[in-house]
Design a protein around this ligand. Structure first.
Ligand code: AMP
Ligand code: TRP
Length: 363
């Protein structure tokens, strides 16, 4: 596979998943499956973002267990924690420290425009935690603490990644003179969107949002995203579901009365059909056009059992492996601790420079 291009910066991949329970097929296809593919290109950082998980809900019944579960899902899906850095965010103090600097770089207006904040805060915005408002600033810190150049995520994170780019650009610009004086500038190239010869300290991160399942929808409502927080368990396939449950949920998935179309254009205005075809394509490693050329003209009653079989075949080894890994929490803790130590080494280098750039007196 080819190298990721990243101007003067060393190519580096970072992504995070919140330890908030009910890891589902959307998380797997939109994010984790892509992580597994990316590790073939280069070493990556995969983080369980526990600091983020207290923004919407402060007290969790079993945050430790949820954290271990996400780490287990990473490893069970095929992420190699020796080759990559797998860790939980709170182990590396640089995330919170850099987020504070970014809170002072970013503007309140930028945060107020975030659709995820509006959705999560709901009507009572005054009563949302300050952490929920500042959430994207911490996310930018997660990424830029390692000067990561590429971030694989689902479509719902696009706006947050645009904000990460804005924060990096504003930091580079606000501190341009000091970055230059300290000799810490890296050529931005075309990636930074800047003129030839322009340098910066943080890269302008590229989102990696591609493929047929960047936005997996609820099995009960094609207009709603598949989500951890949906009250209906039938709306999602959990990574902890057994084969029978997976098959039943697909059987009960909402569809329309028409047959499957034979091309992608025929999916327009048919969100449930589009969703199931997208899920099939992503599970099979194909595109939607390929799936429709095989199943166009067939009824959902014929398509669903084949989809269910494919889903079970793909997920059963992962869920089985996840259960096995969860049986040995001490081993997960060791993995996260080792990953944390390696992440801290990288983070310390960035933070030393950031303190110098901002002008904090330090050792
Ligand atoms: P979260 O569980 O919110 O931390 O999300 C973890 C990752 O899964 C992020 O990259 C999300 O963009 C991705 N993701 C979450 N829900 C979906 C979905 N329904 N379809 C595709 N990707 C998703
Ligand atoms: N906000 C992301 C989500 O809910 C999780 C996340 C936190 C993240 N920090 C990140 C994803 C950094 C990618 C990179 O899905």
């Amino acid at each position: 596979m080819s190298q990721l291009s990243s101007a003067g910066f060393e190519p580096r991949v970072f992504s995070g998943v919140q330890p908030t329970g009910n890891l589902h097929l959307g998380n797997y296809l939109g994010a984790i499956k892509k992580f597994v593919a990316l590790q073939e290109r280069q070493a990556c950082l995969f983080c369980v973002v526990d600091l983020h998980s207290i923004t919407a809900q402060l007290v969790h019944e079993d945050l430790v267990g949820q954290t271990r579960q996400i780490a287990a899902a990473f490893i069970a899906s095929g992420i190699d924690p020796k080759k990559n850095i797998v860790f939980n965010q709170s182990r590396v103090p640089g995330h919170a420290e850099l987020a504070w600097v970014f809170n002072c770089v970013a503007r309140v207006g930028w945060m107020n425009r975030m659709t995820q904040f509006k959705e999560k805060a709901g009507k009572d915005r005054e009563n949302a935690s300050l952490g929920l408002l500042a959430y994207p600033s911490l996310m930018a810190a997660d990424i830029l603490l390692y000067r990561a150049t590429h971030v694989p995520v689902g479509d719902d994170q696009k706006q947050h990644l645009e904000l990460t780019r804005d924060i990096a650009a504003k930091f580079n610009n606000d501190f341009a003179a000091r970055i230059e004086a300290l000799g810490l500038g890296v050529p931005m190239g075309a990636q930074g969107g800047g003129a030839d010869g322009e340098t910066g300290f943080f890269p302008i991160t590229e989102p990696l949002i591609e493929g047929p399942a960047t936005r997996v929808m609820s099995l009960k409502d094609g207009a709603k995203k598949m989500s951890k927080s949906d009250p209906s368990d039938l709306s999602r396939i959990n990574l902890t579901d057994d084969a029978e449950t997976i098959a039943r949920k697909i059987r009960k998935a909402k569809t329309d009365p028409q047959d499957l179309p034979s091309d992608v254009a025929g999916l327009a205005g048919r969100p449930e059909a589009e969703n199931l075809v997208g899920i099939f394509a992503a599970l099979a490693g194909r595109d939607k056009a390929g799936v429709l050329s095989e199943f166009g003209g067939r009824q959902f009653s014929a398509f669903k059992p084949i989809l269910a079989e494919l889903a079970v075949e793909t997920l059963a080894p992962i869920t089985g492996e996840m259960r096995r890994i969860m049986d040995d929490p001490a081993e997960i803790d060791r993995t996260l601790s080792e990953g944390g130590a390696r992440a801290r080494d990288l983070a310390d280098v960035t933070m030393r420079d950031v303190r110098d750039i901002v002008g904090f007196l330090s050792d």
